[in-house]
Design a protein around this ligand. Structure first.
Ligand SMILES: [Fe+2]
Ligand SMILES: [Fe+2]
Length: 290
């Protein structure tokens, strides 16, 4: 597509129009380049927070023809010990990072009433996800594979669609549930990759883990901001959202240090531990009694 954000003479001014163009891009290289350029231009002060038109209803964000998107149950489990299994694990991470670019861009595009610092956060995060994707994609290529070689599911974007109507819901569920889950599973994946001698990918995962703590933290900051604005208790609201939307999605063990750094309170962590116990069918103490 002849995107204005990719030419030397871009439309200047409307941030939301520029983000819409990047969101819609389907070619991988174009999307990565445009995401990087978008953040650079934002930092140079080339965009303003004015919008000529309201956001389009959420559809499917631009993504390449491959990977093929299939229901999660159709995804094959592969043994990490085989070259294919090794690549498929990295491919799953690449897919998460690719989706995370679109999720961060959509957090900018869709919600127009937030302070400037919100847009700075989510444009930076989109660019960091772009970087994470490239780091993992480089490892895939070194192993003789590329992004698109394995099927993948569309669950992450479905959460974007589910939360498109309310920025509080988006901040509660995307960074504070989905990305926070990424913090929990990252150390285990590092261990697995380390066990097959893939030190390079372990180093990449360290970079990702460090940045992702920042993404979850941004989610906490904006979630609390929105709760305060609406006169809602942020801990209670978080618990309500989890119970209503994603009670099945809470699984321990939790990466406690990272979650603490990302702003989860003691009460929120206790609540999550109880949800995990319930999901495992174990008896749990009274939630919220602390
Ligand atoms: Fe990431
Ligand atoms: Fe992230």
């Amino acid at each position: 597509m002849g995107s204005d954000v990719l030419t030397e003479n871009p439309i200047r001014g409307d941030l939301f129009q520029a983000v819409e163009q990047v969101l819609k891009l389907t070619l991988l290289e174009e999307k990565l380049e445009a995401t990087e350029r978008l953040y650079k231009r934002w930092q140079l002060g080339e965009y303003q927070l004015c919008s000529a038109e309201p956001p389009c209803p959420i559809g499917q964000a631009g993504h390449p023809l491959k990977p093929e998107l299939v229901p999660p149950r159709k995804l094959k489990r592969r043994r990490l010990g085989s070259p294919e299994g090794h690549a498929s694990m990295l491919h799953a991470i690449a897919h998460i990072e690719f989706n995370a670019i679109n999720l961060a861009l959509d957090a900018v595009y869709r919600f127009r009433e937030m302070p400037e610092a919100y847009y700075e956060d989510w444009l930076r995060i989109a660019d960091e996800e772009r970087y994470h994707f490239q780091l993992i994609q480089a490892r895939l290529v070194q192993l003789g594979y590329t992004y698109g070689d394995f099927p993948a599911h569309n669950g992450l974007w479905e959460t974007a669609q589910q939360t498109a109507g309310d920025v509080l819901l988006r901040m509660g569920l995307v960074p504070r549930i989905l990305e926070a889950r990424g913090l929990d599973v990252n150390p285990g994946i590092m261990e697995k990759l380390g066990s097959i001698g893939d030190r390079e990918s372990v180093e990449v995962l360290k970079v990702i883990l460090h940045d992702e703590v920042g993404h979850v933290k941004a989610g906490t900051v904006w979630f609390r901001y929105l709760c305060a604005q609406r006169d809602m208790d942020s801990e209670q609201t978080f618990e309500q959202l989890v119970r209503e939307y994603v009670p099945y999605a809470i699984r321990g063990p939790f990466y406690e240090v990272g979650r603490e750094e990302a702003g989860f309170t003691k009460r929120e962590m206790e609540f999550l531990r109880q949800m995990d116990l319930q999901a495992r069918g174990k008896p749990s103490a009274c939630i919220g009694s602390t």
